[in-house]
Design a protein around this ligand. Structure first.
Ligand code: NDP
Length: 286
């Protein structure tokens, strides 16, 4: 039976640490970190994510502002807002909730964000910094996975790590962070030949595919650590990950549940990045 990695509890610890740091920043330096959250359109999932992020900010003592724009917003209107937020003194971090409605160019919007305020770490210059290991911000979901591994005392160095998925948001940065921790990393995708056999070689298996019950028991080496980034709906509409949890849990040594695994870590890491941004802006970090 695998040990369940309790992402909710670990995220609560990170959030408490962030709240403590914010309180110290306010008292000692008179600095209150500020986050602007931009949401365009009426996607219900995006609305839930934005509400959760705002609530988490409030609980940590981080100032947050929401900019809710209609789905008909033009590219130029959105870029103009980003320029305003780039200059706004009380805003340290800018988060544009993705996906954007069709017709808006996500890449151009991300590139318009001041890299020093890019708390999602999606801007090309932050991606480059992550690549060479000289970063201010780490992308929230992969950083959350690393924090889960660290909290459980799971050593990455020398381990065979397999990441399934190669998106810019999750798979690629995940691979890079495992590599920085001296894992031996394989990245898989939809064209990977004999995926089950590659996955079976993993000591640490991270799935970021977006398909329910995609990782089956025959893809998991006994004793492997299984991290499930996926957020899907099963046939009954219930939230589930990529991993066939019931079948894999008896084989793995550690496993993350969905919900309650990687998901809560993403927000905790966003708060951390916002505090880092505030410290950079007021010269308390370099
Ligand atoms: P993308 O759709 O951008 O990427 C999915 C990846 O899975 C692609 O690289 C794709 O390969 C690969 N893939 C698809 N089918 C197969 C297959 N049959 N075999 C092998 N690889 C395959 O998704 P994201 O990276 O944005 O998200 C992945 C999952 O993580 C989603 O469920 C998402 O909801 C979840 N997520 C969870 C977060 C959290 O906080 N817990 C945060 C962000 C995402 P190819 O490149 O070849 O197409």
């Amino acid at each position: 039976m695998a040990k369940l990695i309790d992402g909710k509890a670990i995220a609560a610890t990170v959030r408490a640490e962030v709240a403590q740091e914010v309180a110290e920043l306010q008292e000692r330096d008179g600095v209150t970190p500020g986050l602007a959250v931009v949401i365009v359109g009426n996607d219900p999932a995006s609305r839930t994510y934005v509400n959760n992020k705002k609530k988490a900010c409030a609980e940590a003592g981080i100032y947050s502002e929401e900019y809710a724009l209609p789905a008909e917003t033009t590219q130029q209107e959105l870029l103009d807002l980003i320029q305003v937020l780039n200059k706004k003194q009380d805003i340290d971090g800018i988060l544009v909730q993705l996906p954007l409605p069709k017709g808006l160019d996500e890449k151009a919007v991300i590139e318009a964000i001041d890299p020093g305020k890019d708390v999602d770490a999606f801007h090309e210059s932050n991606v480059g910094r992550i690549m060479i290991g000289n970063f201010h911000f780490l992308p929230c979901t992969p950083a959350g996975v690393m924090e889960l591994l660290r909290s459980e005392g799971i050593e990455v160095a020398g381990k065979n790590c397999v990441v399934v998925g190669r998106s810019n948001i999750v798979g690629k940065p995940m691979a890079m962070l495992l590599l920085h921790q001296n894992g031996t990393v394989t990245v898989c995708h939809s064209k990977t030949a004999d995926l089950p056999s590659v996955c079976r070689g993993a000591d640490i298996l991270v799935s970021a595919v977006g398909k329910a019950k995609f990782i089956t028991a025959d893809m998991v080496k006994p004793g492997a650590v299984v991290i499930d980034v996926g957020m899907n709906r099963d046939e009954n509409g219930k939230l589930c990950g990529d991993v066939d949890f019931t079948a894999v849990e008896p084989i793995a040594s550690y496993i993350t549940p969905v919900p309650g695994g990687v998901g809560p870590m993403t927000i905790a890491m966003l708060l951390k990045n916002t505090v880092t941004a505030a410290k950079l802006h007021c010269g308390l970090a370099q």
